[in-house]
Design a protein around this ligand. Structure first.
Ligand SMILES: Nc1ncnc2c1ncn2[C@@H]1O[C@H](COP(=O)(O)OP(=O)(O)OP(=O)(O)O)[C@@H](O)[C@H]1O
Ligand SMILES: C[C@@](O)(CCO)CC(=O)[O-]
Ligand SMILES: [Mg+2]
Length: 420
């Protein structure tokens, strides 16, 4: 595989079923194809180096390939690694402990999970590769509920499977290629989150909109929602930081404390997601009102799970008082983003007031973006001219405005021949 090459994956919006999805309930999500993560895999000046460069979170780390030797060498280790590569449902205890001691200097840092997830995938997928730099840039807000962690895992899983020769397609990514990316990006999400449902990385891999369900045996089951309707909606980013891992584990505590009360809430969310998907599949003037109702109920149930935040309630309450539509938190909650589905007859002046108040009085950011569209994609070296390559290298430096990433790289919009 000639270097450099680029991979990319989109963010997502969960429309129904965050948190309950972790408990094998169905959920509905769509990709946000215009908010994406890009990964540039390039040759390193040092032939022994494996470097991670994440300028968006100001994290850079370089390993010498020999540092991984203590994990890669020896017959017992080889057997344990073989297990880790074949049984992707669980993280390998051997690899978790080995990487913990290799990264003991990073243990207290905010970046531990990013380094851990990267090196877990690297050891499993392409441990022979060295003299390489992995640089990530994203136009997605980080930790905002729009699936930034999953898009990073998907971009890495696609790149590493390409480096190992497991994915070789040069015209179109096949169903098998995407299955492989979904499987390994789920491992990456596990390293960051603990117990993800897999919906975020499934949507970032396949794109479009899906009704998703993880079965009890760990397999994923999803149906694409054909012709996903372009619903009039607004995404509000509260800029309130939070961690998906913490929120998911808080809900787990609540479930184990009050199973008889909380489990029915999760089941109701699943029912709601199934009905929501039916409506989205055949959206009409008649059932539009029901869609708004379901959004309102879903938010209420999430409040019951304790994953809202006063900042999100401000968005919900403003959309209620201006009577413009229904608002729910999206993603893990606790801050991050809220999704407002607008009423068909929402007054333009009220929508404007909604946006102005959130932007000017609360300092929130509003995104108006289309849902659905392209999932993971790859741009091989052969498809990039030397002139474009020069531009692309600049985009991956720390102080470069992320808006320019879209102008040069956005799949489906730019002129570069992405393989999807
Ligand atoms: N651009 C990026 N560069 C490097 N690491 C990133 C980037 N974006 C996300 N990450 C990793 O993902 C973590 C945030 O993931 P988290 O799951 O908490 O939020 P999210 O994925 O944005 O939201 P949600 O899971 O609710 O959709 C960061 O701490 C970092 O480890
Ligand atoms: C909170 C959660 O349901 C969605 C995060 O985007 C976690 C998950 O499904 O993995
Ligand atoms: Mg995440």
């Amino acid at each position: 595989m000639s270097l450099p090459f680029i991979t990319s994956a989109p963010g997502k919006v969960i429309i129904f079923g965050e948190h309950s999805a972790v408990y094998n309930e169905p959920a509905v999500a769509a990709s946000v194809s215009s908010l994406r993560t890009y990964l540039l895999v390039s040759q390193h000046e040092d032939p022994e180096a494996v470097e991670l460069d994440f300028p968006d979170i100001q994290f850079k780390h370089k390993w010498s390939h020999s540092e991984f030797g203590c994990i890669l060498k020896g017959e017992t280790n080889s057997r344990a690694l073989e297990m880790a590569r074949t049984n992707t449902r669980e993280l390998s205890q051997f690899l978790v402990e080995s990487l913990e001691s290799l990264h003991s200097d990073l243990k207290k840092s905010l970046f531990y999970h990013a380094a851990f997830s990267f090196s877990y995938l690297y050891i499993c997928l392409c441990p022979q590769v060295k003299g390489v730099r992995f640089s990530i840039r994203s136009t997605l807000p980080i930790g905002a509920g729009l699936g930034s962690s999953a898009s990073v895992s998907v971009a890495l899983a696609l790149a590493m499977n390409r480096l190992s020769g497991a994915i070789t397609s040069d015209r179109e990514l096949s169903i098998e290629d995407k299955k492989l990316v979904e499987e390994w990006s789920f491992v990456g999400e596990k390293c960051i989150l603990g117990t993800p449902s897999g919906i975020d990385n499934a949507v970032a891999t396949h794109g479009n909109a899906v009704l998703f369900k993880r079965e009890m045996d760990g397999t994923t089951n999803f149906e694409f929602v054909d012709d996903f309707p372009q619903i009039p909606m607004l995404l509000t980013y509260t800029k309130i930081p939070r961690s998906t891992k913490t929120l998911v584990s808080n809900v787990r505590e609540l479930v184990s404390k009050h199973p008889n009360i909380v489990k029915p809430i999760l089941v109701a969310m699943g029912q709601l997601a199934t009905r929501g998907a039916e409506i989205l599949d055949s959206l009409s003037d008649e059932n539009y009102h029901e869609l708004l109702e379901l959004v309102r109920v879903n938010h209420g149930l999430l409040v019951g799970l304790g994953v809202s935040h006063p900042g999100l309630e401000a968005v919900r309450s403003l959309s209620d008082s201006l009577e413009i539509g229904s608002t729910k938190l999206t993603g893990a909650g606790g801050g991050g983003c809220a999704l407002t589905i607008l009423k068909k007859d929402a007054k333009q002046s009220a929508v404007k007031q909604f946006k102005d108040t959130l932007e000017n009085e609360h300092g929130y950011a509003l995104y108006q973006t289309q849902l659905g569209g392209i999932g993971c994609s790859i741009l091989p070296r052969e498809a990039i001219s030397d002139q474009d390559l020069k531009k692309i290298r600049i985009l991956f430096t720390e102080d470069f405005d992320s808006k320019h990433l879209d102008q040069v790289l956005l799949p489906g919009e730019c002129t570069l021949p992405w393989i999807t």
